[in-house]
Design a binder for this molecule. Sequence first.
Ligand code: IYR
Length: 237
Amino acid sequence: MAEYRHPYPAPELAAEHPFVPLDFRRYEPAEMARRADDFRAEMARRRSVRMLSDEPVPIELIESAIATASTAPSGAHHQPWRFVVTGDPSIKREIRLAAEAEERTNYEGGRINDEWRRELAPLGTDWHKEFLEIAPWLVVLFEERYGVADDGSRRHHYYVKESCGIAAGLFIAALHHAGLATLTHTPSPMAFLSRVLGRPEQERPFVLFPVGYPVDGCLVPDLRRKPLDEVMTVVTS
Ligand code: IYR
């Protein structure tokens, strides 16, 4: 059996940073396969939705998805993320107008080149972003580039983008699992979100998620996902 040398932190750290027993569930092989298949099938139904309705969504569902997202592993467990939530119509409108101004420059002002434009054409996107005003909630994930203590001193964060990327993935999975829809929207550049939402210097917008229910009769592009052999490689000696 493989042996581990240091199952616990150094004795002088144990009092302040104790280790506790892992809460881990083991399942029978058949149940493992069933759980894996069920989860895969559920996640396979997740789609980015741009046609969100204005139907209200209880904030408790948003809170729960953010709490799930915040279970993500992060560099040195600093959890360098902040989920900023608004359902305020005037703020949503301000965000829509600012995002559309940027996206209009992207699409019509040449920030999107011809190759990129061809790649986006099947998605049917353009600079209009009605969903930013219509969806009941906008959740902006800000990456915290460094920590700021009460005395104003800075604390270095590690692997901020990786940590936030993982948190974003858990967030969209949690929303989908709860029966909600979202879109990973990255209006570019996104600096206006810091201004509109009044965020401090250490935070930088990472992704904007409009959250809600799809409109009745919602259509999405007929995307196919890569088969496993195009995304997985097993290496042997
Ligand atoms: N941010 C723009 C363009 C866009 C870019 C990619 I890459 C997409 O997958 C989809 C859209 C927009 O939101 O329209």
